[in-house]
Design a protein around this ligand. Structure first.
Ligand SMILES: CC(C)(COP(=O)(O)OP(=O)(O)OC[C@H]1O[C@@H](n2cnc3c(N)ncnc32)[C@H](O)[C@@H]1OP(=O)(O)O)[C@@H](O)C(=O)NCCC(=O)NCCS
Length: 185
């Protein structure tokens, strides 16, 4: 079945929900000299790649098939990561829509030269769209939050979703208005 937005499977009401814990994933990686920037600490792009990898694994697990990154926002780098640190990237589905999922990611570093608990060094929110073999969006199972923390994350993700949609709409309207006024870039 194809509906008005191009999704190609049954209505998500027909798809059984999946618990948050069913797709939660941790990706761990030791940082090496290949990962550094000119200051000698780990390049932000290396961490972003790990974040996208972990979130992609979660989105694939949750949706039971391929999923592509639609957006990445609120990537925060809280502390520098250093060579030798063991980095843990923890990701889970915070929220699901019709064909998209918000994945929340926390990045922790175990300092190679300290016996302290892992430090949170970053966080990010990504939206993934589940796609079919032709790259068209397909329905995702509704996520079933299990704990109060999961439910809080679900509610916060809904706020971010509302803001993302509003921002996209406002920018599109501004561009249309400028184009109508003949204001070409
Ligand atoms: C993401 C993609 C599949 C969306 O396709 P589309 O034709 O715009 O389809 P839709 O408008 O129906 O969007 C599908 C879902 O993604 C969400 N979405 C699309 N773009 C988004 C964005 N920029 N930010 C957040 N969500 C987005 C929509 O809200 C919708 O969610 P819903 O069904 O839960 O309401 C398409 O833009 C794409 O393939 N992009 C490239 C992805 C990619 O290659 N990523 C890797 C980069 S190298």
């Amino acid at each position: 079945m194809t509906d008005q937005a191009g999704a190609t499977e049954t209505d998500s009401a027909d798809i059984p929900g999946k618990r948050t814990s069913a797709s939660r994933t941790t990706l761990s990686h030791i940082m090496t000299h290949n990962d550094t920037n000119l200051l000698g600490t780990v390049h932000g792009g290396v961490i972003m790649k790990l974040v996208d990898d972990a979130a992609g694994a979660v989105a694939g697990r949750h949706s039971g098939g391929p999923a592509v990154t639609a957006s990445m926002d609120e990537m925060a780098f809280l502390e520098p990561v250093r060579v030798g640190d063991l980095v843990h990237v923890k990701a889970q589905v915070n929220w699901t829509g019709r064909t998209s999922m918000e994945v929340g990611v926390r990045v922790l570093a175990e300092r190679w030269n300290e016996s302290t608990p892992p430090t949170q060094v970053g966080s990010a929110y990504l939206v993934f769209a589940a796609v079919d073999a032709d790259g068209r969006p397909r329905r995702v199972p509704p996520v079933l939050p299990e704990t109060e923390k999961d439910r809080r994350r679900y509610q916060e993700a809904q706020i971010r979703r509302t803001h993302r949609l509003a921002r996209r709409r406002e920018i599109r309207e501004l561009r249309e208005k400028r184009a109508a006024e003949g204001l070409d870039d």
